[in-house]
Each structure stands twice: as structure tokens, then as C-alpha cells.
Design a protein around this ligand. Structure first.
Ligand SMILES: [Ca+2]
Length: 81
């Protein structure tokens, strides 16, 4: 999902994210000195996925049946998606 450039610490995406699948990620990044003085430090990186409008609207319910009186011109049915 994510990769890091060891020399710069830059975090890169290996593939696109899907907000509807996962809204956030928590990464732990560790830096270490070269031996022989091997010292470590860690930081936490929170990644929040920004939702975009990438899904088709869905009608609920997906089918509507209504009776309409004959000779009635001023009539309406409401649909919602
Ligand atoms: Ca979306």
C-alpha cells in the first residue's frame, strides 16, 4: 500500500486508495543510525483519505409503484437517490 524512500523519508503510495473501503491509515516510521552506534527513533504518521464523489448515485428504493387517478393533471411522485 505504502512505500518509503529510505534516503529521504518520503512516503509514497503504491496504489490508489478507496475512501469507501478504508478512511484512514496509521503508519509507524523508524529511523536508525548506521552501526556501530545503532540508535533508533520512531514517529507515527496518520493518513486520512479524502472522500471524492466517485460512485454513481443509488435510488432507495430502486423501484417505485404508485397509483395515479385518471383525469388528474396535478400529481407527482418523489424519487430520491
Ligand atoms: Ca468516494
Amino acid at each position: 500500500m505504502f512505500s518509503i524512500v529510505q534516503e529521504t523519508g518520503e512516503i509514497k503510495l503504491a496504489k490508489t486508495l478507496d475512501y469507501e473501503d478504508t478512511q484512514s491509515y496509521i503508519l509507524t516510521v523508524r529511523a536508525s543510525n548506521e552501526p556501530p552506534m545503532t540508535l533508533n527513533s520512531e514517529t507515527r504518521v496518520n493518513i486520512n483519505v479524502l472522500d471524492v464523489n466517485d460512485n454513481a448515485p443509488v435510488f432507495t428504493p430502486n423501484q417505485i409503484t404508485r397509483l395515479v387517478p385518471e383525469n388528474e393533471a396535478n400529481w407527482m411522485v418523489r424519487t430520491q437517490a
